[in-house]
Design a protein. Structure first.
Length: 234
């Protein structure tokens, strides 16, 4: 599990007051802080320093935060870095777009520094943990889809598929349900954890991304209207 102490966080915002507020509170919580004021600087800093997490504003000069997120998730050196969007744009469609692009969480301004720190810790915990213990050595296979729970690997027809930690947990939860339907709340609990702060709609966004990455194997993830999802072997 990722400890707060020593974790590096890249904070990206063009407002000096916000940068100062975040830097003060995050340092007080034991994090090491990197700062960037626009999109290009954020991308270069992320590539050079490989932070443990990025807190990213959307409305930035030179390049919008959504484009920064898209580029971070497209680069091999930065695509696994979790990103929390922090912005005044709080409409549901803005959140959906952020999650579609790969954000782990979405916080709207004005915000509580205490809540933000709790959510940072929750994301770091979720994205740093790997299945272990009773899952050690366990591999689930079905019709060309292989999920290695202990090694955090997914293969489709023998070819590796790159999934985020949340996507991997989502797929694992569905496959381990043995065909049972999981509600969105149950999926949030299993894939995000009990200390998650995201809305149930987030599950739908991640399911779409997961299906897309799995290709034809994604068809096994079945939507049960009004209830949730299940991994169907039919």
């Amino acid at each position: 599990m990722q400890n707060a102490s020593g974790s590096r966080i890249l904070v990206v915002d063009d407002e000096t007051d916000i940068l100062n507020l975040l830097e003060y509170n995050l340092k007080k919580a034991g994090f090491r802080i990197l700062l960037a004021r626009d999109g290009p600087e954020a991308i270069e800093s992320a590539k050079a320093s490989r932070p443990d997490l990025v807190i990213l504003d959307i409305m930035l000069p030179n390049m919008e935060g959504t484009e920064v997120l898209r580029r971070l998730k497209s680069l091999d050196s930065t695509k696994t870095i979790p990103v929390i969007m922090l912005t005044a744009k709080g409409e549901e469609i803005d959140k959906v777009i952020g999650f579609e692009l790969g954000a782990e969480d979405y916080i709207t301004k004005p915000f509580s520094p205490r809540e933000l720190i709790l959510r940072v810790k929750a994301v770091l915990k979720r994205t740093s943990e790997r299945p272990g213990g009773e899952e050690e050595g366990r591999v689930i296979t079905f019709s060309g889809l292989t999920v290695d729970l202990s090694r955090h690997k997914v293969l489709v027809e023998g070819k590796p598929v790159e999934l985020s930690t949340t996507e991997f947990r989502l797929l694992s939860a569905l496959m381990q349900a043995d065909g049972r339907v999981l509600s969105r709340d149950a999926i949030l609990d299993r894939a995000w954890g009990r200390d998650c702060f995201v809305i149930p709609r987030t599950v739908d966004t991640h399911v779409r991304r997961l299906r897309s990455k799995l290709g034809r194997a994604g068809d096994y993830i079945e939507t049960v209207r009004g209830v949730g999802y299940r991994f169907s072997e039919e």
